[in-house]
Structure formats: structure tokens, C-alpha cells
Design a binder for this molecule. Structure first.
Ligand code: ATP
Length: 535
């Protein structure tokens, strides 16, 4: 069992959590939930001892193994797939690395020979000879084809990368598995696979996620970070939502009752404390008043940002023509002779099994990648703003504060204007002075959205804009994109977002497989009927 004793953590003046005393019991799957920036990733890092808390300690009995699947999927980019998995067994991996380095030495000394024999016996003791084949079997089990095992991690598509990192985490045969937003880069098929896997996993799982459906499927408990505390609830997400909503309602009803009662008591005291015949009653009321709990209700970190996109000028009718686009990456044909046109005001959801193909299409249209062949032309009155799936390059910056970061992307350089803007996106006061590098995943997305809102573009290219966001921010983005008067081309795994935003669905399967002016639900119904008709 992993547990915490009086764990507290703050960054500068900001308290994330204080005096946390929780236990994670074997056999359970805990969904670690909370607003963007509440401290979920940080808490996982405290549990895995990557970060030392300010006070208190994490207790993990010595014989328990702990593995982590982090949000950072780029750390292993220059390493081969198989080696990435082997790194999951740190002890074995270190022995292998040292052994390889020794044998590669041109001047192999006697001392090296002695060291090599120590390493060889340690290697044998750790079942080193079987390790590679075991890693291969694990990868195959996760659906990573043999021909990918020697490739570099950067050559894999995002879904496969997550699977390899999961294989790495499992390779150490963990008793405790920590996962940080594992579904973010997975398509629905891979998510289903992961749900099944976690459902059958026998040991302790602690998983950070904002995906309600996923949390409901896999979790036996919720660990909620809010009000500066971590609170564990039994049951899945829906159970947690209902019970906390009820508790919240009861708390505010009680607070209202107390405040009404206080008003009544105060008015009695004011009227009768100077009245000799009623002064005893007045002082008894005074005692009642002192006993009443009139403290402010604790403030939740769950807040709703303001998202609104205002085009600086309207686009003409001539919006976008795409003709015969083709693109192959690492031998995989992603786009093949793809053609379509977009009209002003279209809100187009790009759908289809291959997420990479849709990402590549948006990258090409945003001017970030060249097609192999074919062409596309934006109308001259269009101005575009692009939201990429991978925003890491925007935050690889030396900007000293968020104000400084946003100033780069704004015509109006005035500090109070920029601060006002950041405030709408929940970075007020001290938070506007944070360094962009330290932001959480969801906070980075909020910054990217601020940048897009400032652009005044009349076309939005959005590649998965709701990934990483908490529910409050998702609904704000949903509303903002719905209200937007311009044209949108987007991808999303969020059913409700696609359903409420899209008025046209383009299904990509190399080329355009379907192009329909329907809602997402109508499209899904149509696909279902097609499937049934084909049977
Ligand atoms: P999300 O849902 O967006 O992933 P989270 O709950 O996982 O958010 P964390 O990544 O744990 O949030 O970050 C918690 C807060 O701590 C954020 O406001 C973040 O900006 C801040 N933070 C993280 N690391 C540092 C640091 N090294 N210095 C200062 N602040 C930091």
C-alpha cells in the first residue's frame, strides 16, 4: 500500500495541497481528478518521489515496485522502441548499458574484465537474456508490430508511442502504476483497449484523467484535488459527481440558513438589548449568534474561463480549395489525392480512423508542413489561427512571465490589456507572472486559446482543442467556438463538442470518404445504417 503522511506542497506563494493523509489500497483503481492547475501531475510526482514535498512524506514499503506513465511523450524520441521498453526495468537497463560500454572500449583492461564479470552475473540474475524477448512479446501484445520494434520513438504515431510507454511502465512489473492523462493521444480504439487492460489489472492504479467516460469505466475510487486537499471517495466518476454536488448543495443551503438566522438574531439584539424586560433574551440571542458558523465557504479551484473569438474582419466567400493533396510519412500513405472546398461559415469536423492523417492535413493547411503533391489555396480575405495537438514548441521559451509570452502574439503591447486578457483565462494576479515553462497541460492550452483569441482570425484550425482541459474549460471552449462567426476546421475526440459545433462532417480515409452537411449524430446514424445494410 502507498500512503502519504501530512504531505504539503506549495510553489512560491501558491499552496497546492496541505496536510494530505491518504492511502491507496492494492486492487483499486483511483481516478485522480481536479481542475487544470490544481496539482494532479505534481501530486503524482510527489507519490513517485520525483518531487520532495515541503512537509510530510510518502510511504512506499520497500518491496513494492512503482512505475509511471508520464504526460511527456517526447522524452524518449531518440531511443529505439525496444530499448524504451527495456528502460522500464531500471536496474537491468543500467547493467546492460554499462556492459555494452565496457565491451565497446578499445583498451579493455584487466579491471574492466573483472567489472564485466560482476555485471554478467547481475545480468543473469535479472533474467537479462530473456528480457528482450519478453519486451518484444509485450509490445506485440499491445499491437505494436515487429517491424516497429527497432524504430526510433519519434517515428511512431502518438497512439503507438503511448502504448510503448505503457509497455515500459509494465515492464518493471509494478505493484503500483501511475498514469498521467493516458488517453489524451489515443484514438477511440486504443482507449477501449486501455480501459479493458486497466479493468483487468490486479495491482494499484492511480490515473489522472479529465475523460469522464474513461473514469467511469475503469475507476473504483476517485481522489479529488480541490480546496487545497486530496479527498478519496469510493465509486466511479459519476458517483463522485452526484455525491459532491449534493454535499455542495447542502453546504450552501446550510450557509444560507445560518446567514438568515444571523440577520434575524442581529435585528432582535439591536432592537431589544437596551430594553430591560428583554435584555436577557437579547443576551441569549447574542450567545446563539456567536455559536453560528458564518465562515465563508471554501473556494473551489474549479472555475470557468471566458472563451470568445472575434474576427477582426469578415472573410469573403472564397474560402479554401484543396486539390489532390497527398502525403506519405515513414512509408504510410496518410493523404491520397484529397480534394474538397470549404465555404464561408462552415464548421467542419474532420473525422476518420487515422488521427495522424487528420493532424497532418491541418498542419499542411496551417502552412507548417509541405504536401508531397497537390495544392491548396486560402481566399485572400482569410486570416487563420492554428491550434496544434503538440504545443511544446510554443512553451520552449525563455519568456519570464505569461504577460511577456502573450505580448509576442499581440498587437496591443499594453501590460494592463494583456493582464485583463489573461485574467479572463484564469491567470489573474500573481499567476500572470508565472513562467510559461512551468505551466500544467491544461494551463498551456488556455494560453494557446488566449493567443488565438487575440489573433482576430476569421478561420480557426483546431486539432483536438479540448484535450488536457477540465470540464469547466471544455464547456467554455465549446460555447466560444459555437458562437464564433467565422469558419472552423477541427478534429476532436469529444463527442459533445463535435455534435454541438459541426455543421459539416468530412471523413478522411486517405482521400475524402464522406462529405456531408449533417450533425455528428446524424453522421454516426448514417454510418450505422451503412454498416447494417452491408451485413
Ligand atoms: P492539468 O489538469 O492542467 O494537467 P494539474 O492539476 O496536473 O493540471 P500541475 O501540472 O500539477 O497541475 O501543476 C499545478 C500548478 O503548479 C500549476 O498552476 C503549475 O503552473 C504550477 N507549477 C508546476 N510546476 C511548477 C514550478 N516548478 N514552479 C512554479 N509553479 C509550478
Amino acid at each position: 500500500m502507498i500512503s502519504t503522511s501530512n504531505v504539503s506542497l506549495r510553489f512560491g506563494g501558491k499552496k497546492l495541497f496541505e496536510d494530505v493523509n491518504v492511502k491507496f489500497t492494492p486492487g483499486n483503481c483511483y481516478g485522480l481528478i481536479g481542475a487544470n492547475g490544481a496539482g494532479k501531475t505534481t501530486f503524482l510526482k510527489v507519490l513517485s518521489k520525483e518531487i520532495e514535498p515541503n512537509t510530510g512524506e510518502v510511504i512506499i514499503p520497500g518491496n513494492l515496485r512503482l512505475s509511471v506513465l508520464k504526460q511527456d511523450h517526447y522524452a524518449f524520441d531518440e531511443i529505439s522502441v525496444l530499448k524504451t521498453v527495456l528502460m522500464g526495468n531500471q536496474r537491468l537497463f543500467k547493467v546492460m548499458e554499462e556492459k555494452d560500454a565496457l565491451y565497446a572500449k578499445p583498451d579493455f583492461s584487466e579491471a574492466d574484465g573483472e567489472r564485466a564479470s560482476v555485471l554478467e552475473s547481475e545480468f543473469a540474475e535479472l533474467n537479462g537474456w530473456e528480457a528482450e524477448s519478453e519486451a518484444g512479446v509485450m509490445l506485440a501484445g499491445l499491437g505494436i508490430k515487429d517491424e516497429l520494434h527497432q524504430k526510433l520513438m519519434k517515428e511512431l504515431d502518438p497512439g503507438d508511442k503511448v502504448k510503448v510507454l505503457l509497455a515500459q511502465a509494465l515492464f518493471g512489473q509494478p505493484d503500483i502504476l501511475l498514469l498521467d492523462e493516458p488517453t489524451n493521444h489515443l484514438d477511440i480504439y486504443a482507449i477501449q483497449w486501455l480501459e479493458e487492460f486497466l479493468y483487468n489489472f490486479q495491482n494499484t492504479v492511480i490515473v489522472v484523467s479529465h475523460d469522464r467516460h474513461f473514469l467511469n469505466k475503469v475507476c473504483t475510487h476517485m481522489a479529488d484535488i480541490d480546496f487545497g486537499k486530496v479527498t478519496i471517495y469510493s465509486g466511479n466518476y459519476e458517483f463522485w459527481r452526484q455525491s459532491t454536488e449534493l454535499a455542495q448543495r447542502l453546504r450552501s443551503d446550510q450557509a444560507k440558513k445560518n446567514s438568515d438566522k444571523a440577520e434575524e438574531l442581529k435585528s432582535f439584539i439591536a432592537r431589544f438589548s437596551a430594553n430591560a424586560s428583554k435584555s436577557r433574551q437579547a443576551s441569549s440571542r447574542q450567545k446563539q449568534l456567536e455559536k453560528l458558523d458564518l465562515g465563508d465557504l471554501p473556494v473551489s479551484t474549479r472555475r470557468i474561463p471566458f472563451v470568445g473569438f472575434d474576427p477582426k474582419r469578415e472573410a469573403g466567400n472564397d474560402l479554401l480549395t484543396v486539390q489532390g493533396l497527398s502525403k506519405t510519412i515513414n512509408g504510410e500513405v496518410l493523404l491520397k489525392n484529397l480534394s474538397f472546398t470549404i465555404k464561408k461559415g462552415d464548421k467542419v469536423a474532420l473525422v476518420g480512423r487515422n488521427d495522424v492523417a487528420k493532424t497532418v492535413l491541418l498542419e499542411i493547411l496551417a502552412g507548417e508542413m509541405e504536401p508531397d503533391s497537390g495544392s491548396f489555396a486560402w481566399g485572400i480575405t482569410t486570416t487563420r489561427s492554428y491550434f496544434p495537438t503538440d504545443n511544446s514548441k510554443y512553451f520552449d521559451t525563455d519568456a519570464g512571465s505569461l504577460v511577456e509570452w502573450l505580448r509576442e502574439y499581440s498587437d496591443d503591447k499594453d501590460e494592463s490589456f494583456l493582464r485583463g486578457f489573461l485574467g479572463k483565462m484564469l491567470f489573474s494576479g500573481e499567476d500572470a507572472l508565472k513562467k510559461p515553462r512551468v505551466l500544467s497541460g491544461g494551463e498551456k492550452v488556455r494560453c494557446m486559446l488566449s493567443k488565438m483569441m487575440l489573433s482576430g482570425a476569421n478561420v480557426l484550425l483546431l486539432d483536438g482543442p479540448t484535450a488536457h482541459l477540465d470540464l469547466e474549460s471544455i464547456s467554455a471552449v465549446n460555447e466560444g467556438v459555437k458562437r464564433f462567426k467565422g469558419t472552423v476546421l477541427f478534429t476532436s475526440h469529444d463527442h459533445e463538442f463535435v455534435q454541438t459545433v459541426a455543421n459539416r462532417i468530412i471523413e478522411i480515409d486517405g482521400g475524402v470518404k464522406e462529405d456531408l452537411s449533417v450533425t455528428y449524430d446524424e453522421y454516426l446514424e448514417l454510418k450505422k445504417n451503412q454498416l447494417e445494410g452491408a451485413r
